[in-house]
Ligand binder design. Structure first.
Ligand code: HEM
Length: 485
């Protein structure tokens, strides 16, 4: 009876009752459940279809709107001083409830984010170029070995090993060492395992570490992926404990864990659970997305030899000695490299999911529609990055579109939406782009590769939303290494 009344309320009396969209989506969350869970991450394609039928603003669940109009983007993803809140059904989707990402309230989110912002400023990232270059050298050694023994390499796995080693080294001072032995990356396995469940977690609030209460042998036998997640949590947990229990506390500027354990922070903000969750978010966020963007960029470069060769010439002129990479600021000013990085970021999409934001204290006016305060609203990056008005012929890899726009003084980069905008945007933008510029420049300048026959456009074609992008073919970007300089 209650459910029936709720459906009637949702359809006829809810503040969103007059917004366009299918009745089923407005009536019940089962519609979202079907497309996200039964159809395993295909809600985005249903949202695309709904926009074609109902126009730019649609009600996609009983309580949520999706707006596909780039001109409204900055209203949803607003910056300070506007208050912007997270949506509990989304923030719980990673199972890490005490992180900054999961802080719904605007002020709490800003308080959690602020001790970490200095680590990700342009200047701080410019200072860690030697760390990034060190990981690149290790990766190139692996490629050298593959060129000698003729083995096929997975650029997807190697990119994730590179990003995992870089962020672990930078965030708490110890590299995970994925590039040192046989490439093993429990972090990337754990992230993918958690994110594959992200739609379930919108419906069922679970904190992953609760699984710790189960006997480890049982978890390993019946939920091997959860076991990987727990293993990662345990690594992070022991690092957090070390920092919290240190006799001589490290200075907060030494590394991110030390900053999170700063005695000046309120006690409730520096307990073990909080450090574990924030640690997991930083490591996971710093690994998977950038790695995917890197491997997508390499796919398109290897698939377009003419562009590759022009880029090689540009980089060679700036990097005559292949073992001496120029500074980040020099790389960022190479027009074609900049176009390649931007185009790789655009086509990789970053995430395929929707990132809802709530304006808690104001009505958002979209054309004739007054969106009530407190309504979760989103615009998926995919719709911005494939908008033909902004990016003509959007599915083609055309780095020159960025070069042409820059020459005309157009700010096409304003439409690069994968890091989102506003005060809850990605904290790691500078780090992600530094890794993209440096690894791409080094690989193009120093390594001759050829795509494996089984690596096709399907390997970079978005198919499912597991928060991150799951491509049509999940076998990864594989290549032969012909020569290394
Ligand atoms: C291509 C690479 C990357 C993409 C596409 C990306 C994308 C995003 C997005 C969309 C969000 C917003 C999530 C939300 O609240 O709805 C986010 C948040 C975040 N990202 Fe990234 N990210 C990337 C790389 C990185 C890197 C390298 C780091 C380094 C640690 C990082 C750290 C974070 C953190 C800590 C947050 C939470 C920010 C907050 O809640 O205030 N990201 N990222």
């Amino acid at each position: 009876m209650y459910r029936l009344l709720k459906v009637i309320y949702n359809l006829y009396f809810h503040p969103l009752a007059r917004f366009p969209g299918p009745k089923l989506a407005a009536a019940t969350h089962l519609f979202e459940f079907y497309w996200s869970i039964i159809r395993d991450g295909e809600f985005i394609w249903e949202i695309e279809r709904m926009h074609q039928q109902y126009g730019p603003i649609i009600r996609i669940t009983p309580r949520e709107l999706h707006i596909s109009d780039p001109s409204f983007y900055n209203e949803i993803y607003a910056g300070n001083p506007k208050r912007v809140e997270g949506d509990y059904r989304f923030t719980r989707s990673t199972g890490v409830t005490q992180s900054m990402f999961a802080a719904i309230d605007h002020d709490l989110h800003q308080r959690r984010r602020s001790p970490l912002t200095k680590f990700f400023s342009k200047r701080s990232i410019s200072d860690i170029q030697p760390i990034i270059q060190d990981k690149i050298e290790r990766l190139i050694k692996k490629l050298q070995r593959a060129s000698k023994d003729g083995s096929v390499v997975s650029l997807t796995t190697l990119s994730a090993a590179f990003t995992a080693d870089t962020i672990s080294h930078y965030s708490y001072g110890v590299s995970m060492g994925c590039l040192d032995g046989e490439v093993e990356n429990i972090l990337t396995d754990a992230t993918q395992a958690v994110l594959a469940l992200s739609h379930w977690l919108r419906f069922l609030p679970i904190r992953f570490t609760n699984a710790k209460k189960l006997p480890p042998a049982l978890v390993q036998k019946f939920f091997p992926k959860a076991a990987t997640v727990l293993q990662t949590h345990q690594t992070i947990s022991s690092l957090a404990l070390e920092v919290l229990n240190a006799n001589e506390p490290k200075a907060p500027h030494e590394n991110m864990f030390a900053a999170l354990a700063d005695p000046k922070l309120p006690a409730e903000e520096r307990n073990l659970g909080r450090l574990e969750d924030e640690g997991f978010v930083i490591l996971a966020a710093g690994t998977e997305t950038t790695a995917y963007s890197l491997s997508v960029t390499m796919f398109y470069l290897l698939d377009n030899p003419e562009i590759f060769s022009k880029l090689y010439d540009e980089i060679k002129a700036a990097m005559p000695d292949p073992t001496h990479c120029p500074s980040l600021s020099v790389l960022e000013h190479l027009p074609l490299l900049r176009g390649v990085v931007n185009e790789g970021l655009r086509l990789s999409m970053g995430t395929l999911t929707r990132h809802p934001r709530i304006a808690p204290d104001r009505i958002l006016q979209y054309k004739n529609w007054a969106i009530p305060a407190g309504t979760p609203c989103s615009t998926c990056t995919y719709f911005v990055h494939t908008d033909p008005e902004i990016f003509p012929n959007p599915s083609s890899f055309d780095p020159y579109r960025w070069v042409r726009a820059a020459e005309k003084g157009q700010h096409l980069e304003n439409h690069l939406a994968l890091f989102l905008k506003g005060n809850r945007a990605c904290l790691g933008i500078n780090m992600a782009t530094a890794e993209m510029y440096m690894l791409t420049a080094n690989l193009v300048r120093r390594v001759k590769m050829k795509l494996h026959e089984g690596t096709t456009i399907d390997c970079v074609t978005p198919a499912r939303d597991h928060t991150i992008v799951v491509p049509k073919d999940t076998s990864g970007i594989r290549a032969y290494v012909l020569d290394v300089e």
